[in-house]
Design a protein around this ligand. Structure first.
Ligand code: TIU
Length: 222
């Protein structure tokens, strides 16, 4: 069995069971004028991880391992957007409002798109998700079964919201999950630190953490 050096202990894996899940690397979370900024956040923290996420993506692609991208977004008619979500947090522009990059977090709008540098390649699965977790109201679970993926490496944003929610959902469904700690980011550094600690505490209660270099080294040695 191949291994990735990880915390709280090495992550043993079978290459044929592995997939990379890149969560919500969208303009709306990374660029001024988007949803993240509308909530009062400094989005420059998100932009800083783009080269690292790209390296991880390219490593999985080079190894011939599957990559899945997710996008947090809603239908233009709000049929999948609960008012409780739209109204939450008193943002300067709400989901669905027209902002500098089009309608915020609405399918097909410029700001909803995945960042150019990390754009999905033809054939890679893209999950449009209305929730913070990727399993709710999507084909994600069926797609993973079809791929035969049982061990998931996670990257993307934000660590304690959509990434951690999806990891917990996956962990409950029997997947083994590893978070690439330098390929994920939060608007709140202390939340990122706490999320990483929570995930790997109690003997990997939610999963493992490792650096992108450790993940790539494990994959290339397999
Ligand atoms: N606000 C925040 O931290 N995150 C989100 O709203 N969505 C994701 O994490 N993708």
């Amino acid at each position: 069995m191949a291994e990735i050096e990880a915390l709280p202990f090495p992550f043993a894996f079978k290459p044929e069971a592995m997939a990379l899940v890149v969560i919500d690397m969208q303009r709306d979370f990374a660029e001024p004028g988007g949803f993240g900024a509308s909530l009062g956040n400094d989005v420059s923290r998100i932009t800083a991880i783009v080269p690292t996420v790209k390296r991880l993506l390219e490593g999985f692609r080079a190894a011939g391992l599957p990559v899945i991208h997710t996008m947090e977004c809603h239908k233009a008619d709000f049929s999948d957007l609960p008012p409780a979500k739209r109204n939450r947090g008193n943002p300067s522009i709400r989901i669905g409002d027209i902002g500098p990059m089009g309608r915020v977090l609405i399918v097909g709008e410029p700001g909803t798109a995945i960042l150019d540098e990390l754009a999905p390649l033809p054939g890679e699965i893209v999950i449009e998700k209305p929730g913070k977790g990727a399993f709710y109201a999507t084909s994600f679970g069926d797609d993973l079964k079809r791929l035969g993926a049982q061990q998931l490496v996670f990257a993307g944003v934000t660590t304690e919201v959509c990434v951690q929610t999806t990891m917990r959902e996956a962990n409950d469904r029997g997947y083994e999950c590893l978070l690439a700690e330098d390929a994920t980011e939060s608007y709140f550094p202390e939340f990122k630190t706490a999320a990483l600690a929570m995930i790997r505490a109690q003997g990997a209660i939610v999963g493992w953490t490792a650096t992108t270099d450790q993940v790539l080294e494990g994959i290339s040695n397999a």
